[in-house]
Design a protein around this ligand. Structure first.
Ligand SMILES: *Cc1c(COP(=O)(O)O)cnc(C)c1O
Length: 377
């Protein structure tokens, strides 16, 4: 039996007619960049996330970079973030000209640890605090970070908060949707996210009119009006085809999220029934609405061999992420070393994402669990 990590072909089959109809309209119009489909999606996403504004952009990475630029963060500034995330989080900080500063995660959720954040900020002197401009928490795998503590630290120091919500559209923290809790929310429509397009795309949410205007201006090279540049922005535009496809999918997102949550709950039960609790740990579901972009287990022993074994048995799985960002070659200049972010380092050595996509069925889940059990037998 084959169990892929994600089966987008099955999802496509369920929306194919609508997708073909809308793309044909766009081909006929020959209006590909921005326009009414992008504006419609921006309204829908703002509504879905509970924010006043949303600005469609070219990718999740660009959503992060554009937010930093709109907040005026650049050379000489520092931004606190998590070392255990996709590269783009810290990469965008560095590309904005700022310096990423890492705070380790909690082992149960893989999100930034509020106690470590408080301890770290408490140990900074005044000058260091002044050089920090923002905190960029990541809602990893689809579960919100501890936003009360993060927002409190940010407010005390006059820092802004940029949520990397690329994996967390629709996730909730105390009744608030991801992307509506900080100053900016950054989302990705990369095909493997819960709400993916047919190519690259992303969106930024905000409640601030000032930031909204800056996002708008910087998205088109800082032009305002056209051909008059007070700022240097970039080409951060979203195209009509991506916006139209994402709109079609957004109408089904809650149904797909519910299916992911059901699959996650079923794994927990299956792993408990299979008596695997001593060997593997399931992720802790701490916040109200975990949307399970990934279901990530941790195993103390032989993680890489388990991955190879599962892949050979036709079970899709992946290590997210094998090298924490403080140990990446490109950040060697920052001066971090092994041992400084122990929870992230352990996670990088022990975690494995297994299939949790909406169309996954019980037989497939049983197969996944049986293969893991047979590996450890
Ligand atoms: C996917 C992802 C991004 C980047 O999004 P792209 O659309 O691929 O540029 C950023 N941060 C996190 C946590 C992600 O998972």
């Amino acid at each position: 039996m084959k169990v892929p990590l994600l089966d987008l072909k099955q999802q496509y089959a369920s929306i194919k007619d609508e997708c073909l109809a809308v793309t044909e309209k766009i081909y006929e119009s020959q209006h590909f960049i921005m326009g009414p489909y992008v504006e419609k999606l921006e309204e829908e996403i703002a509504g879905y996330c509970g924010t006043r504004y949303a600005v469609g952009v070219s990718s999740g990475t660009d959503a992060l970079l554009l937010s930093l630029m709109a907040a005026g963060i650049g050379h000489g500034d520092r931004v606190i973030t998590s070392p255990y995330t996709f590269f783009a989080t810290a990469g965008s900080i560095a590309r904005a000209g700022a310096v990423p500063v890492f705070v380790d995660i909690e082992p149960e959720t893989f999100n930034m640890c509020p106690e470590r954040l408080k301890g770290f900020v408490g140990s900074m002197d005044k000058k260091e605090r002044r050089s920090v401009k923002a905190i960029m928490p990541v809602h990893l795998y689809g579960q919100c970070a501890e936003m009360d503590a993060i927002n409190a630290v940010a407010r005390e120091n006059d820092w802004i908060v940029i949520e990397d919500a690329a994996q967390a559209i629709g996730a909730e923290y105390k009744g608030q949707r991801a992307g509506s809790i900080g100053d900016f929310g950054c989302f990705s429509f990369f095909p493997s996210k819960n709400l993916g397009g047919f190519g690259d795309g992303g969106i930024v949410t905000t409640n601030s009119e000032v930031y909204y205007e800056m996002l708008h201006i910087l998205r088109v090279h800082g032009a305002h009006p056209k051909y008059y540049h007070r700022y240097i922005g970039g080409n951060f535009r979203l195209d009509a085809i991506q916006a139209a496809i994402v709109s079609i999918k957004l109408a089904r997102l809650d149904k797909w999220t519910a299916a992911r949550q059901k699959n996650a709950a079923r794994y927990r039960k299956m792993f408990a029934d299979a008596d695997l609790s001593g060997i593997l740990r399931c992720p802790e579901e701490r916040q109200d609405r975990h949307i399970y972009n990934q279901f990530v287990i941790s195993v103390e022993n032989r993680r890489d061999q388990l991955r190879d074994f599962l892949q050979a048995a036709g079970v899709g799985c992946e290590i997210y992420y094998p090298v924490p960002l403080h140990l990446q070659d490109c950040f060697a200049e920052l001066g971090y070393g092994y041992g400084q972010m122990p929870v992230s380092e352990t996670a990088a050595a022990q975690t494995l994402a297994i299939p949790v996509y909406p169309e996954l069925n019980v037989d497939q889940q049983e197969h996944v669990v049986a293969q893991i059990r047979s590996f450890y037998k």
